[in-house]
Design a protein around this ligand. Structure first.
Ligand code: SF4
Length: 401
């Protein structure tokens, strides 16, 4: 008879993967009594833990070498955050179209390793930092809520750190979901490239939690998104969340040009359309590769010229980021958009972090006029579109005059 070993649950496996991932865990003594510090202390072996009075590696300041950046993904530092936890999504800038979205940052740096990751040009700390005072973030949110009155609000959590890739360690999802249970008109969004969802599947919620995945064809995942869950694992995790009454969404972002991009993105759309119905997703967003010019050198050094992100022809946009030429972006967006529409006109697809001009050339309408996307966009965005529309009409008039 075959010997049967202990069955390890998926959430236990996820946790063990993370315990193994980190070489060192530094805990600021000032955070000693926080729930996060106590939990990490109980989980990690003593020889990985170190209590500190200040940030480790003080000699490393400012720009990091690629080796220091890689090492920072394996060193965890728990400390208090002294600034403001919430800010508006970076898309809410003049010249960019974005939905009404606030971002909660509970740490910085990511344990995964995408070739295009914007953290490479942004971070200057040699450790993956997690904040121990999430209770203060929730208090800030409570105050923000008072000033907003009855207005609805979306809160995302995956900007400087993936929303869920560290969640089996932190269990921040539990505290946030409990908070959002009391504010059902607000929406909480977890955005991830991991498949770590089992740790919160049994947490009660009010149907106002969206778990969203950035997805890409498996060929792109393999080449450009090291340490992330495979496409199949992400889709399975999404199916599981859906079966538990959580809302789900997908971001096909960043779309990356490569020789077989059409076949690969067509297969991705086919897979999503075969497994999900338009009504399963409140929205699906598209974005194309973009990054700060100063990131280029580190991307090349860390991932080499085999990486597709290092092969593309990129030009600076109005926001200073390098992007594919407008025609190529339009072609890629239209290709995916049309493929979804061939399955059903009901798919709600919008462009993320794109200029009004790209929107207008892709949809010929402002987002507020596109199907049911309107509720996602605020008055500020409406104003930007009116201006963009006037600009393009003036251009047309002067061209024909
Ligand atoms: S998952 Fe996101 S934050 Fe993490 S490495 Fe990839 S792009 Fe960066």
């Amino acid at each position: 008879m075959a010997e049967s070993g202990p069955i390890i649950s998926k959430s236990q496996q996820d946790l063990e993967k993370l315990l193994d991932h980190f070489d060192r865990v530094y805990i600021d003594r000032k955070s000693e009594n926080s729930p996060l510090a106590r939990r990490l202390e109980s989980l990690f072996p003593a020889d990985k833990l170190e209590w500190v009075d200040s940030r480790p590696h003080p000699q490393i300041r400012g720009e990091m070498s690629s080796g220091e950046f890689a090492r920072s993904k394996r060193q965890l530092y728990v400390t208090e955050f002294k600034g403001q936890f919430f800010k508006r999504c970076p898309g809410a800038k003049p010249g960019l179209a974005c939905c009404n979205y606030f971002v909660l940052n509970w740490g910085q740096q990511c344990d995964m390793n995408c070739s295009y990751c914007y953290l490479q040009s942004f971070l200057n700390s040699p450790v993956l930092t997690l904040y121990s005072n999430l209770d203060q973030a929730l208090e800030e949110l409570r105050q923000l809520g008072k000033s907003l009155g009855e207005q609805s609000l979306r809160v995302g959590t995956g900007e400087l750190v993936d929303s869920l890739s560290l969640d089996p360690l932190t269990l921040f999802s539990h505290e946030l979901m409990a908070f959002f249970r009391d504010t059902p008109r607000w929406t909480l969004e977890f955005k991830t490239k991991s498949d770590f969802v089992h740790q919160f599947l049994d947490v009660p919620h009010e149907g106002n939690v969206i778990v969203s995945w950035s997805i890409n064809p498996q060929a792109v995942v393999e080449r450009e998104e090291q340490g992330t869950a495979s496409l199949e694992q992400r889709l399975q995790a999404a199916e599981l969340c859906l079966s538990r009454g959580l809302q789900i969404a997908f971001h096909i972002d960043p779309m990356i040009w490569h020789p077989e991009w059409k076949e690969n993105y067509a297969a991705l759309v086919d897979e999503v359309a075969a497994r999900f119905r338009p009504g399963d997703l409140p929205y699906l967003s598209l974005g194309a590769l973009r990054f700060q010019p100063e990131q280029k050198a580190m991307m090349r050094e860390r991932f080499g010229m085999k990486s597709w992100v290092n092969q593309g022809e990129m030009w600076p946009g109005k926001d200073g980021k390098l992007r594919y030429p407008l025609e190529l972006r339009q072609e890629m967006f239209n290709f995916v958009l049309n493929r979804f529409k061939e399955y059903s006109p009901e798919w709600k697809v919008f462009l993320c972090m794109e200029s009004p001009e790209t929107w207008l050339s892709t949809y010929t309408k402002a987002p507020q006029q596109v199907d049911s996307l309107a509720p996602l966009f605020d008055q500020g965005v409406s104003r930007q579109f009116r201006k963009a529309l006037k600009r393009s009409q003036a251009d047309t008039n002067s061209a024909s005059g």
